[in-house]
Design a protein around this ligand. Structure first.
Ligand code: PA5
Length: 421
């Protein structure tokens, strides 16, 4: 990403040094806000008491049900999905519904589960989201028909805020189990019960996850920008956006397990940074557009654009140093394919990523690579906290409120109004 590699499309050391001088002030501002609900996502990695309770609940559920279905959308399901899919292979009896009202999705889900043996985990911070409520109402009715009115309540756990909303009202009047939503927003909620309960249900080590996130959080308390990775990452994107019109951020993991992670990242960046007004109320219409890409498949569908189209993007690759499994290619003679003999699939993956990074560099396209020592709960925890913190830093540098989303709420309200009419 440096000018030494990508000429005028990269940052100069002096720019970074100058920006680094703001870090102490930004960290002090964030520390002062510590008690505010929005920033409370930073406390999640330290909350081992909740982790203990969640582990116990999950264990108890595993004995009673053979499938868990998360009913939620946006910040209420993308984190759990990213987490679950990063570390566990398919066929794990964890399902997601609620991010659509496409009837086919419901139909597909119902074909895969037995209502009598399924627990539905309904998550909505506001408790008012149409897609979530519609799926909940429908599934509730189905479960009542399957197990009876009295027993159906055992099949639902609800997470919503403790102050107001339809779901809270329903919980209070109908007596469904309630696990309170942490005080902050959905897109920063992956390390709260929202993500941890499904993860613990799968048998993931949620304490290891939190410990990785804690390490990253501690790193971000460092006022020396050279030792603060989330800040460096944010600063590089800020410089690209402000000085070089790089207003698109492409996330391209070379790990299939992170495909859902990219969709979590997409929401985090888009909703946090896409803002009409700055903190002073000035009209700025600001935003960095996130693109969820995937290597190596997008080499064969997007790379032409990335390499030769408008130079308005910053690329981030993610790869793991140590593969979970690996396979070696056998010798296949007589067709000029001997060079592949003995090479492993993971070796190919690394070469593919390196070749793409180099070819982007040759075309002066700024890119960075995040290397995880291996893909496990610990490094995944680091990764979640890394992107959340980098997003908060980016918001601070841009002078905007990363925690609100009036543009989402507007359409939500309009939808309810239209349905009522
Ligand atoms: O970030 C946001 O606020 C939204 O994308 C929400 O996560 C999404 O609309 C779901 O909202 P809720 O959790 O209130 O159902």
């Amino acid at each position: 990403m440096s000018a030494a590699k990508v000429a005028s499309f990269g940052f100069k050391q002096a720019e970074l040094v100058a920006l680094g001088k703001n870090l102490k002030k930004i960290n002090a501002k964030l520390a002062k806000k510590e008690a505010e609900p929005e920033i409370s996502f930073r406390k999640l990695p330290y909350d081992l008491i909740s982790a203990d309770i969640i582990e116990k609940i999950a264990k108890n559920l595993q004995g009673k049900f053979d499938a868990l279905v998360v009913v939620g959308i946006g910040g209420s399901d993308l984190g759990a999905k990213a987490l679950a899919r990063a570390l566990v292979m398919p066929n794990n009896r964890l399902f997601f519904i609620g991010d659509t009202t496409d009837p086919n999705s419901l139909n597909n889900l119902l074909a895969k589960i037995s209502l009598k043996k399924t627990l539905f985990y309904v998550v909505s911070k506001s408790g008012e989201t149409l897609e979530t409520l519609a799926n909940f109402i429908y599934l509730r009715d189905k479960v009542i028909k399957a197990v009876g009115l009295n027993r159906h309540k055992d099949h639902f756990i609800i997470t919503t805020n403790e102050k107001s909303g339809k779901l809270l009202e329903i919980c209070k009047k109908e007596g469904y189990a309630l696990l309170a939503h942490y005080p902050g927003g959905g897109r920063f909620s992956v390390l709260s019960v929202n993500g941890l309960l499904p993860a613990a249900w799968l048998g993931l080590d949620i304490k290891k996850l939190l410990s990785g996130a804690r390490e990253m959080d501690k790193m971000a308390k460092n006022d020396n920008w050279r030792e603060n990775l989330p800040f460096i990452y944010a600063a590089l994107h800020y410089l690209g956006y402000k000085k070089r019109k790089q207003n698109i951020a492409v996330l391209m993991p070379y790990l299939e397990a992170l495909n859902s992670f990219s969709f979590w990242y997409r929401q985090l960046l888009a909703e946090s940074l896409g803002k009409k007004y700055d903190l002073k109320g000035k009209l700025v219409s600001i935003g960095i557009t996130p693109i969820a890409s995937a290597g190596p498949k997008d080499q064969h569908s997007q790379l032409q654009l990335y390499n030769e189209g408008a130079n308005d993007k910053i690329f981030t690759f993610i790869r793991a140093e140590k593969p979970v499994v690996d396979f070696k290619l056998p010798l296949y003679k007589n067709f000029g394919l001997e060079f592949l003999a003995g090479k492993s699939f993971d070796q190919l993956l690394k070469i593919e990523q390196l070749a793409v990074a180099n070819s982007l560099m040759k075309n002066h396209r700024a890119n960075a690579t995040l290397i995880l020592p291996e893909m496990n709960e610990y490094y995944l925890g680091q990764l979640f906290q890394f992107f959340e913190l980098a997003t908060v830093y980016l918001g601070e540098l841009l002078g905007i409120d990363v925690f609100n989303q009036p543009g989402v709420e507007d359409s939500k309200n309009l939808m309810i109004k239209m349905l009522n009419e």
